[in-house]
Design a protein around this ligand. Structure first.
Ligand SMILES: Nc1ncnc2c1ncn2[C@@H]1O[C@H](COP(=O)(O)OP(=O)(O)O)[C@@H](O)[C@H]1O
Ligand SMILES: [Mg+2]
Length: 269
């Protein structure tokens, strides 16, 4: 399988990948992996001229800023028009990127979650739960403003939904109310799974991560795990690996995950 990694370019220097992806781009190229750069902003105008071009039969792995589901379908179609194919098809993208895509298969490992479509339903369902606190987010992200994402009443649930709308312009997918659990601060670690194999930033893969890697089937995704105050490891969220921040992963350790999946291109791991 020959993988081509596709990065958004830096608008100020089209020969480099944008922001945090630049280090990955430089490292992967150095290691002999095929990489292309493209103009992220012109995707919305259906313009797509990656450099170097996508070759016939290339399997394309995107590494870049988050894409909404419609734009991901667009990218996937544009890649196909160039003769390539996304490693992660649009269905698999949503399976990892949106909470309802992954929740059912791993529900036992993550805080109990209620999916709702709108504000009205959020209040009705919140009132029925009997929970004292609610962690409120949309299908992708929590509330990033100082107010945070924890509501202490159905009214506060509305307040947080309004803040998410205000700061991000829209609710992506739908709203979720999650039962609040107590976690050990700073204990969250991000893992990646490629082709069913779990990878760790520090060489240690907890049993929980190995279990989730067996249950959630998608080509490339991230798993965020945190320690609960009773010592149990809990899943916070799964994310699509293409648009997941590297967090505390060193560039070379992260890139080796991608290189290992592309054995034809390995020069020297
Ligand atoms: N159910 C929960 N109970 C308590 N804290 C939570 C809960 N869900 C998330 N958190 C905390 O909030 C942070 C952000 O939540 P997360 O679901 O990862 O949203 P985001 O997609 O914005 O990163 C997590 O890293 C975790 O510390
Ligand atoms: Mg998170």
């Amino acid at each position: 399988m020959a993988i081509r990694v596709l990065f958004p370019y830096n608008p100020l220097n089209e020969k480099e990948a944008d922001g945090p992806f630049c280090d990955e781009y430089l490292f992967l190229r150095e290691m002999g992996m095929e990489c292309s750069l493209f103009d992220y902003d012109s995707l919305s105008f259906d313009e797509f001229r990656p450099k170097p071009r996508i070759g016939n039969g290339d399997v394309v792995l995107y590494r870049g800023w988050m894409l909404d589901p419609i734009t991901y379908v667009k990218l996937s179609n544009l890649v196909e028009r160039c003769g390539g194919q996304m490693l992660t098809d649009p269905d698999n993208f949503l399976k990892s990127h949106h909470l309802p895509g992954w929740y059912d298969s791993v529900a036992q490992f993550t805080p109990e979650t209620i999916l709702v479509e709108n504000e009205e339903e959020a209040v009705l369902r919140a009132e029925k739960t009997g929970w004292e606190k609610f962690f409120v987010k949309d299908f992708v992200k929590s509330n990033y403003s100082e107010r945070g994402s924890i509501a202490y009443s159905p009214q506060e649930v509305l307040e947080i939904i309004a803040l998410i709308r205000e700061h991000r312009g829209e609710i992506e997918g739908g709203i979720v109310l999650r039962k609040v659990e107590e976690f050990v601060s700073e204990s969250e670690v991000r893992y990646f799974v490629f082709n069913g194999k779990p990878y760790s930033p520090n060489g240690f893969v907890p049993h929980l991560v190995a279990e989730i890697a067996k249950l959630h089937k998608a080509p490339f995704y991230s798993i965020d795990v945190v320690e609960r105050t009773d010592g149990e490891l809990r899943l916070i969220e799964i994310g699509d690996g293409q648009v997941s921040d590297r967090k505390n992963w060193d560039t070379d350790i992260f890139c080796k995950v991608l290189i290992e999946a592309d054995p034809l291109k390995i020069k020297n791991i």
